[in-house]
Ligand binder design. Structure first.
Ligand code: FPP
Length: 257
């Protein structure tokens, strides 16, 4: 896989040094979405338990949040737990559910100070109360912040999101709140859990897997895709910069010429 990436002239495991100032001369994506993949393999390759990989992944969340903030990215959505991740062993699910709490216990003060606004996209029902409490507290404490939106996709699945949105929209049609003939793409977007956020300009997925895994399928119709061979816990600022550099070289035509 790494060979394949090298052949494409894209990211290598070493990353490419690119200064923040150089990147700031180009277009910065407003919204970056990240599929943080490879925690388990990172741990396995070191003879460590999978949880150690998730814990190291939490530290990468901090690095990438700071890198995104440093470039003036408006929103960063991190896929932290999908609706499919419940199928994992209970001890792993329990561990993953404690990570937002641990992350916010360590980082919230700095996020507040750095003007970061915490947000969540996903289904709160079904999440343990300690997870919801930690995220809601962070949302409350950062609600007046105007800088980077750090959006955790937690208990999130795109198909579920679209079905729920569709039902709510149809209820509003039935009650006369909106008219069927007035429904446009933006109308539907307002019923999604990402309402108010711009569609992602760039998706980063680590670990060499090349798929979307039920992540923001509606919102990513025209998103640029960047796949890194690195496992998520190894991903850091310079790799994020490299992804942004690659984004800046893409020509976005949205189906036009
Ligand atoms: C996928 O890797 C990763 C996850 C399902 C969890 C991602 C969560 C984090 C990186 C930490 C989140 C931190 C906060 C603050 C919310 P995998 O376990 O499927 O890796 P593998 O494919 O190598 O087994």
């Amino acid at each position: 896989m790494i060979g394949l990436f090298k052949k494409w002239g894209k990211q290598t495991t070493e990353g490419t040094e690119l200064s923040r100032d150089e990147l700031l001369k180009g277009k910065i994506p407003k919204h970056v979405a990240v599929i943080m993949d490879g925690n388990g393999r990172w741990a396995k390759s070191r003879g460590m338990p999978r949880m150690a990989g998730h814990h190291a992944g939490m530290k990468a969340v901090k690095r990438v949040t700071m890198a995104a903030d440093g470039l003036g990215v408006e929103a960063l959505t991190m896929y932290a737990f999908s609706t499919e991740n419940w199928k994992r062993p209970q001890d792993e699910v329990d561990f993953l559910m404690k990570l937002p709490q641990e992350f916010l216990a360590i980082e919230l003060d700095e996020l507040v100070e750095k003007n970061v606004r915490v947000r969540m996209t996903g289904i709160k029902d079904g999440l343990p109360s300690h997870t919801v409490y930690a995220v809601e507290e962070a949302m409350e404490r950062t609600k007046h912040n105007t800088g980077l939106i750090l959006n955790f996709a937690l208990n999130y699945g795109s198909r579920n999101e679209m079905i729920t949105a569709m039902k709510e929209m149809m209820e509003d049609v039935q009650s006369g709140k909106i008219r069927l003939e007035d429904i446009e793409e933006e109308t539907f977007g307002r019923y999604l859990k990402t309402s108010g956020l711009p569609d992602p300009d760039l998706l980063i997925r680590t670990s060499g897997e090349l798929r979307l895994s039920n992540f923001m399928l509606w919102q990513m119709a025209y998103t640029e895709l960047f796949f890194s061979p690195l496992y998520w816990p190894d991903f850091g600022e310079r790799h994020f910069h490299e992804a942004i550099h690659e984004y800046q070289r893409r020509s976005r035509r949205y189906g036009g010429l």
